[in-house]
Every structure is written in C-alpha cells, then in structure tokens.
Design a protein. Sequence first.
Length: 122
Amino acid sequence: MTIESKKLALRIAAIARERKALQVVVLDMQKFNVFCDYFVIASGSSLRQVNALSESIQEALAQEKIKPLFKAPSNDQSGWIVLDYPGVAAHLFHKPIREFYALERLWADAKRVRILKNPSRA
C-alpha cells in the first residue's frame, strides 16, 4: 500500500501523541534532498516509553497495512530508535538523548509541519 508521505508523517505523529510522547514535531525535509520527505521527532520520558512508542507505531501502521522499510528491534536500550517508512523517518528519543543530538537545531532550516489535534486517519 502506498500513502502520501505527509499524511504518513502526520499519522505517525498522531499515534505518538496518543501514546503520550513528548514534544512531537514533524519537519518537512524535502528541500534538503535527504533520504526522506519528513522527519517525525518525539521523546519518551524513559527507555521503556521509547520502546512502547516504537511498538505502538509499528503495530498501528501494520493494522493499516503500512509496513516499515526497516523494523526496529524490540527492547532497544540506545535511547534513539529510528523507524524507516517510505518517505518518513520517525526518530524516537529518550529525552536526554534528544537534547544531546538536537535534531531540530541541526535541521533548523526545515519547515515545521503543523500537527492538528484530531487528524483524520491516513
């Protein structure tokens, strides 16, 4: 199944918010010619929450017949999980790791995409 990358990014952001992720941000990366169109960046307050976010996103999208290009390992202890979907890279961080790498600062020229409170399912 194919899905527009912006809709997919917003769907991932919505799932993350439903699961109480912190500071969910969607960045439009298209003008940078990187490997994807959008970044979704979200934080968890613990490694356990980061892993739960990863599992929730993967499970919800699998139910919608959307498969990742790469499946993140379960019980990751690195504090940074990247879920690679067509056109979208979802970066899930343990809060201190996110502050250290500061992707939003690194990609400060990227346009932030507005995330609606109740987006429709993609």
